[in-house]
Design a protein around this ligand. Structure first.
Ligand SMILES: Cc1ncc(C[n+]2csc(CCOP(=O)(O)OP(=O)(O)O)c2C)c(N)n1
Ligand SMILES: [Mg+2]
Length: 225
């Protein structure tokens, strides 16, 4: 079969690999730049995590903008994301992964809104105490929907939510807590949390950390009246 195709085979462009590598680097640099201070969280995560760590992600801006794109993954089995797009499952999936792989630290990326949907899983985390760092990106609501409403509609509705005090919530559950409120906190906080060998709730205070260059909106079509 292959032999019969040989007469049609052509040498690929000699600099093809270099061009592809160049485009990849360019796209990654653009993305890195566009996510502003969250790039520090992305970089710190990869720096402190072993290559085989599971990173389970809920459907939050941190996942859609960089966790699913910029954060390097080395094995499909460490790459856990709910393709159906439902919010709230990230922590449960991460706990499952962490209990299945107790020798490697697991990280969960969740938004404050998504975490609220399955908040009871915090108690599972507190009970089972796997080596899991739960990073909650707190922007006080459904950030991605807020961005879409700000861009495409005249007013906001149902997107600015009551969010718990995560420090008190963690304390009530007997979970260690740490906060990232500036880019320079990312590395030491995550290093400490991952090295602790147990569960930690890390809150990313997005108001403190600062905005992305462009508010993230997903590539979806909005139906018009
Ligand atoms: C079960 C479910 N309900 C609603 C939605 C619609 N939805 C998609 S993203 C999102 C906002 C999630 O908020 P949060 O977890 O705080 O992440 P943020 O967008 O603020 O980063 C919502 C409500 C969904 N995907 N799944
Ligand atoms: Mg949010």
């Amino acid at each position: 079969m292959l032999e019969s195709l040989l007469p049609y085979a052509r040498r690929s462009e000699p600099d093809w690999t270099a061009r592809v590598t160049g485009v990849r680097e360019e796209v990654r640099a653009l993305l890195h730049d566009s996510i502003g201070p969250q790039a520090a969280v992305c970089g710190a995560l990869r720096a402190v995590l072993p290559r085989d760590s599971v990173v389970a992600r809920d459907v939050t801006i941190a996942s859609s903008s960089w966790g699913n794109r910029l954060l390097e993954m080395y094995d499909p089995r460490s790459n856990v994301f709910p393709r159906g797009g439902g919010i709230g499952q990230g922590l449960g999936m991460g706990i499952g992964a962490a209990l299945a792989r107790p020798d490697s630290p697991t990280v969960v990326l969740a938004g404050d809104g998504g975490l609220a949907v399955h908040l009871g899983e915090l108690l599972t985390l507190a009970q089972e105490r796997p080596p899991l760092t739960l990073i909650v990106f707190n922007d006080g609501g459904y950030g991605v929907l807020r961005n879409m409403q700000d861009r495409y509609s005249e007013r906001r509705s149902g997107v600015d939510l009551t969010t718990p005090d995560f420090e008190q919530l963690a304390r009530a559950c007997g979970l260690p807590y740490a906060r990232i409120a500036a880019a320079e906190h990312a590395h030491p906080v995550l290093d400490h949390a991952v090295a602790s060998g147990g569960p930690v709730l890390v809150e990313v205070d997005l108001a403190g950390l600062g905005p992305m260059k462009n508010p993230f909106t997903p590539p979806v079509t909005i139906p018009t009246a």
